[in-house]
Design a binder for this molecule. Structure first.
Ligand code: UTP
Length: 297
């Protein structure tokens, strides 16, 4: 029986430059798909996977995130007075148990690996999950839940993996596959953002990880990698040499890259259409829009 994964790190200290000027004052993770911020999707996914301790690695200008998970007594009182129980219920889902959430600051955006390392003291000697909230994954069974199940079999280190177009490998960490067992692959190498002609495969790492505490020690010794940043990929790849075992997990679900404008728009449309209360009007509007666009061609 493997140890349970009860801690998750949410690195949210990035600058979010692709969404400037919005991210000048609004953290990317607070931007909303329909009516829920990206971070809420990530928290719900973690909860469903059995995570009990939520560690945010934040930065200056991200206080809206802390406020979001605080309770809002004035607002709640007002809603109660007006008998808006449905809205009160929605608000309640944003509350966290006392002591379940911790915030750590990454003083300088030195890369994802460095952000994860900032949480080392709260992780201690336990396996932990890492969730990047800008990868939103729509799935029947949440992606991290699928991974936690699979981890019971494998132990070691596990990364969510997805086939990407061969010419897009330079936007991802890419796996060098040792054995392909279908949903799971064992990994013999990992490369951060390889050029398409040198990429070992088109199986890319997506923002969900289950890692051993040894990865923290590897980050400690890490030098700057691709793009001058301290890369999480490099620290995980080191575990292959250490014999710690690294697996890629082909999750079931649709991933949206909400760190990019195109991905965010696609997710907005998909999540809007998935909502029963919006579907009718919204799909009618999209149909009209497409008709006008065709007519104008
Ligand atoms: P990204 O590569 O998307 O960077 O980070 P970014 O700064 O958020 O966005 P752009 O590229 O400037 O538009 C992936 C994840 O790693 C976190 C980010 O917050 C995001 O969740 N991150 C990245 C950190 O926490 N610290 C860092 O130094 C870098």
């Amino acid at each position: 029986m493997k140890r349970k994964v009860t801690k998750a790190i949410f690195p949210v200290a990035g600058l979010g430059t692709r969404f400037l000027p919005a991210t000048k004052s609004v953290p990317k993770e607070i931007m909303t798909l329909v009516d829920r911020p990206l971070i809420q999707y990530a928290i719900d996914e973690a909860r469903a996977a059995g995570i009990k301790e939520f560690i945010f690695v934040t930065a200056r200008g991200k206080s809206a995130l802390e406020d979001y998970f605080d309770c809002a007594p004035q607002l709640e009182a007002e809603l109660r007075k007006k008998g808006k129980t449905d809205l009160l219920k929605i608000l309640k889902a944003t509350n966290m148990d006392s002591g379940a959430i911790a915030y750590i600051r990454q003083q300088k955006a030195m890369g994802l690996g460095h952000a994860v390392w900032c949480a080392r003291r709260l992780i201690g000697n336990e396996p932990f999950a890492v969730i990047l909230p800008d990868d939103v994954i729509a799935a029947e069974r949440s992606c991290l839940q699928q991974m936690v199940d699979a981890y019971q079999e494998t132990g070691g280190n596990m990364v969510a993996a997805m086939e990407v177009p061969a010419d897009k490998t330079n936007a991802y960490g890419v796996l060098d596959v040792d054995q392909d067992m279908g949903q799971m692959v064992s990994v013999k190498g990992m490369v951060e953002k390889p050029d398409p002609d040198t990429a070992p495969s088109n199986l890319a790492v997506i923002g969900r990880y289950i890692l051993t505490p040894r990865v923290m020690q590897n980050i400690n010794r890490s030098k700057q990698g691709a793009g001058g940043e301290i890369q999480l990929t490099d620290a995980i790849a080191q575990e292959i040499e250490n014999g710690g075992g690294v697996y890629g997990f082909r999750f079931k679900g649709q991933r949206y890259d909400c760190g990019s404008k195109a991905g965010f728009l696609q997710a907005t449309v998909a999540f809007g259409l998935a909502r029963e209360d919006l579907r009718g009007e919204f799909s009618e509007y999209l149909r009209e829009l497409m008709c006008h666009a065709k007519a104008a061609e």
